[in-house]
Write a protein that binds this ligand. Structure first.
Ligand code: SF4
Length: 89
């Protein structure tokens, strides 16, 4: 049986409206993939067929990390770091 084509490989893109400052970095880096909503000014994913590379390039370019990427329910970007415990050496 052939694999089902899935250009996004299970990725889900979430844009945090509280973080988006509408500076259009993502729309510059990945034109046509992300656009600014006419009414809210907040970025939205406009191309459901966008490639993984286009999505990550835009997310990395976002200065406020408003673009959150999950794959199969797990956070991929931005990375959540586990705090270190104990005293530094
Ligand atoms: S780069 Fe980030 S802050 Fe700027 S428009 Fe895109 S999502 Fe919003």
């Amino acid at each position: 049986m052939d694999a089902i084509p899935n250009p996004k490989r299970g990725l889900e893109v979430i844009i945090d409206p509280n973080r988006c400052i509408a500076n259009a970095k993502c729309t510059t880096v990945s034109p046509g993939v992300f656009v600014l909503d006419d009414e809210t000014g907040i970025a939205v994913l406009a191309d459901e067929q966008a490639t993984v590379e286009q999505i990550f390039a835009a997310a990395r370019a976002c200065p406020t990390q408003a673009i959150i990427i999950e794959q199969f329910g797990r956070r991929m970007f931005p990375q959540i770091l586990t705090p270190m415990f104990g005293e530094p050496e």
